[in-house]
Design a protein around this ligand. Structure first.
Ligand SMILES: [Zn+2]
Ligand SMILES: [Zn+2]
Length: 520
């Protein structure tokens, strides 16, 4: 394997070498929709997506299946549930999450609420897995034969699980949950098994029954058996997982043994992906929803291709942080450099680095334009977003940059994100409010005169950025550069410093600033 290969291409080769060279592969990811799904869950999805793309580029046919473990039991009432609904939700404990009520009433279940949200967020990043709601598979009795295998090989399963437990599983332990047909909860006990498809049970609610689990989909395999069963059933070749499922003795370790011993298949290739932290925006986020960063939070600040870029550019095994503070400016600059490399417009790059950046860009921007798009800096976007009316945004940009028709959608998206960033996350120094009237200030009379002259000029002329720049420096030099700029920022922004004056005046509005300066 070449060490020059990009990580996603290396991993694709590893999938092929570990699972034999075949025409088609199945890559998988999944989670229980037990509560809010966050940017860490998205990491699993995009990691698989990138390796799926790399496999497809090698001419392979690839399925990307995403399993929602929607037949898992509802274990506890999460913090997100509003106070007045908590006792209602407590009653739901023990039901499968697909049957638990949505406390907000906007979806048919608690599980559906969170599944829909993540699916909509993921769609915005250009990723389209084949979503599987596992409760449908279980309820349709699709896994009946696998359940029979697990029930018949209970001793093998227990032996594997007990190797990693300090206290062995009890004699009553079963590899399944059985949801009561009457109360829908898992508060049942198995009272008989015929060795085939027949199970008898009784429930705490008083109900008892004997079922054929090929006809009634009430049985769910427990997680440590369910996961390897699905590897075998769906023929999974690759599935990564987070630390909790990957460390020695975890469900991956036992799954590898169970898939071979119980289901007679080989385990998929998989690795452990790193954690995602957050930098900045603590106040805003902790107030509303604990420490969770949703994909939609990140998309409020990052364009989809820039969010993808963060995940493509970091090896999946490495931990990294999503920044909401002033790092955002640098991340956009870095992304633009990567984009420039893709269009052969970046200077000073070694061939190796250029090739690496091109590959990162290809996997980040799934729909790259034919020629390099306008790279409006996030700093300028933030400036315009807070000093101009939304309707005037694009026009203001046009006064500073050449904007083609094809550039407009990205320019608008960027400005929306910049506005959000300024409003919710930006450090104080990036927040600008243009004064309505001149604040009371002590300004040297010569400086005042120069400011008024600039005001006059702005009201009478329609200068280009270059001519305005010249005028600003000509006037500044005539009275002392430091004094001039300090006074200008005080008059316009009530700050003693600010962004570059000429582009700022154009983005904030020539006449508006001209009027202020003239009345000094
Ligand atoms: Zn809902
Ligand atoms: Zn019951």
């Amino acid at each position: 394997m070449s060490s020059e290969l990009f990580w996603a291409d290396q991993e694709a080769e590893r999938v092929i070498s570990k699972r034999d060279d075949k025409d088609s592969y199945v890559c998988a990811a999944g989670i229980t929709p037990s509560g809010p799904k966050h940017i860490g869950n998205f990491r699993e999805i995009i990691t698989v997506d990138l390796i799926v793309r790399a496999l497809k580029e090698k001419g392979k046919s690839v399925r990307f299946i995403y399993s929602w473990d929607s037949y898992d039991r509802f274990r506890k009432v999460p913090a997100e549930v509003p106070g007045n609904k908590r006792s209602l939700m407590k009653e739901e404990i023990g039901k499968p999450v697909c049957d638990v009520v949505d406390p907000w009433g906007c979806h048919e279940s608690w599980a559906e609420h969170w599944m829909t949200r993540l699916e909509q967020e993921v769609a915005q990043t250009g990723i389209k897995p084949e979503y599987m709601r596992q409760h449908e598979f279980y309820r349709d009795c699709v896994y009946a034969d696998a359940i029979k295998k697990a029930l018949n090989k209970i001793d093998e399963i227990k032996r594997v699980l007990n190797k990693y437990r300090s206290k062995p599983l009890s004699d009553k332990w079963q590899p399944i949950f059985l949801y009561c047909e009457k109360c829908l909860k898992d508060s049942t006990r198995i009272t008989g098994y015929d060795g085939d498809y027949g199970l008898a049970y009784e429930c705490d609610c008083g109900y008892s029954d004997a079922i054929d689990f090929r006809e009634k989909g009430l049985v769910k395999l427990k997680w440590r058996v369910d996961w390897p069963m699905r590897w075998a059933y769906h023929g999974v070749d690759f599935e990564p997982a987070g630390k909790e499922h990957m460390v020695e003795g975890s469900s991956r370790t036992t799954g590898v043994e169970i898939v071979k011993e119980v289901f007679g298949e080989q385990p998929p290739y998989g690795f452990m992906y790193g954690l995602i932290g957050r930098k900045g925006g603590a106040g805003k986020m902790s107030a509303s929803k604990g420490n969770v960063v949703f994909v939609s939070d990140a998309l409020e600040v990052y364009l989809p291709e820039v969010l993808r870029y963060l995940f493509v550019g970091n090896r999946p095994t490495a931990d990294f942080t999503i920044s909401f503070d002033e790092d955002v400016l640098k991340i956009y600059d870095d992304f633009y450099r990567c984009e420039a490399a893709y269009y052969d417009k970046a200077e000073g790059l070694s061939d190796k680095r250029a090739a690496n950046l091109k590959r990162i860009y290809e996997l980040s921007n799934l729909d790259p334009p034919g020629s390099m798009p306008l790279q409006l800096s996030f700093r300028t976007a933030a400036l315009i977003a807070q000093t101009a009316d939304k309707k005037k945004w694009v026009n203001r940009v046009k006064k500073l940059e050449k904007v083609s028709e094809g550039d407009e959608p990205r320019v608008k998206s960027l400005l929306e994100r910049a506005a959000k960033w300024v409003g919710d996350y930006a450090p104080e120094k990036y927040r600008l409010v243009v004064n309505e009237t001149v604040p009371s200030l002590k300004i040297d009379s010569k400086v005042k005169k120069a400011l008024r002259a600039l005001g006059d000029y702005l009201l009478k002329e329609k200068p280009s950025l270059d001519s305005l720049n010249k005028k600003v420096f000509e006037l500044a030099k005539s009275v002392g550069v430091k004094k001039f700029f300090k006074a200008a920022y005080q008059v316009i922004l009530s700050k003693s410093q600010g962004p570059k004056l000429a582009p700022f005046i154009i983005s904030a509005g020539r006449k508006r600033v001209g009027g202020l300066l003239k009345s000094v």
